[in-house]
Design a protein around this ligand. Structure first.
Ligand code: HOZ
Length: 429
């Protein structure tokens, strides 16, 4: 397999782009080598500039849940393009997409569209502060909620991959109201409430996907919601990854928990730059122009993104692929475990519906500390062998793999074959 053109583009890209990438998670810093440059994608497959085609388990970090260029989404986008790209004024489709979202999440009466998950979360946090009149926010170590100052501490995703405890350039004042708790550990949340009386809310990924996949154990979410509300604070649920992926109504539907504020991201734009935050009326009425919490955006509710989002979610509802997702992801899970056993490689596999990944550790992974016991050198060898065998994975131990509804049985066979070879390569290290 050749990566010559990707290598050439990488060298060229270094001149005017930082690290030749526009998001650090795309760098291959933790797996070695150069990032692959992508030419195109269709259905379950993605093709790089050297003409290598892979089964895509990155899927733009989740949103391509129908696979790439689904024909209904493509035609909705083409149709929308004919009417214009951005108006700085309201359109009918914003109302339509808002209804689809509010119908799916019972805790949302109203929604505000923004342009990314980062924006959704920073607005959701501002809203929690506005509603409660309090300042402090609790986040869980290993969870990642975008690159806003206040939450760039003990964060997963690219920070975990690059082993960064936080970000330079974030003033102390910006994180002085951020408290860190341990995922799956309600006591660590309680400790904060016992020592602070000004906590506005707790933000959580209901299933973490940014420290690898980590699922909530033993009613953790339900108990968290009850406790947080009993203290007069709000539960902010970041469903940027899980929304419409594990169930149409997200992780909240699956775990029967209703967030006070829900944050959504890329999936509601079918891969276009979109985010949204929403809540019940009494909370959303704080937002300008109804209330005094200001948040705005020229491109918010962009007509192309709205068209892509409506067609993606409508098709997703029709396909209802969640059972198929479970079955296929389970095949991958079992295969990972069996081939690891066969080659004597210690792994733990965590899975939530169509989100899955192996950790190269012998520990159960229930929080960030557990995830960090993973042997990232083994992951790097595994990653490259998967690439060479035609499977595109996130270049990090701490990112989730995703399935799309376009995946075929043939793709799954390719994945399992690649796993077998990759596990063998890890065993030979
Ligand atoms: N949360 C995404 C990865 N886990 C973000 C992707 C990015 O930062 O580019």
């Amino acid at each position: 397999m050749e990566f010559k053109k990707s290598q050439e583009l990488y060298t060229k890209g270094l001149e005017h782009l930082v690290g030749a990438v526009n998001s650090p998670v795309r760098a291959f810093a933790s797996v070695g080598g150069n990032p692959l440059f992508i030419k195109k994608a269709k259905g379950s497959k993605i093709t790089d500039v050297d003409g290598n085609t892979y089964v895509d388990l990155v899927l733009s970090y989740g949103p391509m849940v129908l696979g790439h260029r689904h024909k209904k989404v493509q035609s909705a986008i083409t149709k929308a393009l004919k009417n214009g790209y951005s108006f700085g004024a309201s359109t009918k489709n914003e109302i339509k997409l808002a209804k689809i979202i509010c119908d799916a999440f019972p805790g949302m009466d109203k929604v505000r569209f923004v342009n990314s998950g980062t924006e959704a979360v920073l607005s959701g946090i501002r809203l929690a502060r506005a509603f409660t009149g309090k300042d402090k926010i609790i986040k869980f170590s290993g969870c990642y909620h975008g690159h806003q100052d206040a939450l760039l501490v003990a964060a997963g995703s690219g920070l975990a991959t690059l082993s960064l405890p936080g970000s330079k350039g974030v003033p102390e004042g910006a994180v002085k109201n951020t408290l860190i708790a341990k995922y799956n550990d309600l006591e660590s949340v309680k400790l904060h409430f016992e020592t602070h009386d000004d906590i506005a809310g707790v933000i959580i990924e209901p299933v973490a996907g940014n420290m690898g996949v980590v699922t909530p154990q033993n009613n953790f979410l339900k108990e968290l919601k009850e406790y947080v509300n009993s203290k007069g604070a709000l539960l902010i649920v970041d469903e940027v990854m899980t929304g419409f992926r594990s169930k149409f109504g997200g992780a909240q539907e699956l775990f029967d928990v209703e967030a006070d504020i829900t944050c959504l991201g890329k999936v509601i734009g079918g891969g276009f730059p979109v985010g949204a935050y929403g809540a019940r009326n009494e909370i959303m009425e704080m937002v300008a122009p109804l209330g005094g919490m200001y948040q705005a955006g020229t491109l918010s509710g962009n007509p192309i993104a709205m068209a892509a989002g409506i067609s993606t979610l409508t098709e997703l509802k029709k396909q209802n692929p969640y059972e198929k997702f479970n079955e296929l992801a389970q095949i991958i899970e079992v295969f990972l475990l069996e081939s690891a056993k066969k080659y004597g490689v210690e792994i733990t596999v965590n899975r939530f519906g169509s989100m899955i990944n192996p950790f190269f550790t012998n520990k159960e992974v229930e929080n960030f500390e557990d995830a960090q016991t993973s042997n990232t050198k083994k992951f790097a060898v595994f990653f490259w062998e998967m690439i060479k065998n035609g499977v595109f994975l996130p270049p990090s131990q701490f990112e989730a793999w995703f399935l799309s509804s376009a995946i075929t049985e043939k793709d799954v066979k390719k994945i399992t074959k690649a796993i077998e070879k990759s596990m063998e390569a890890v065993a030979k290290m």
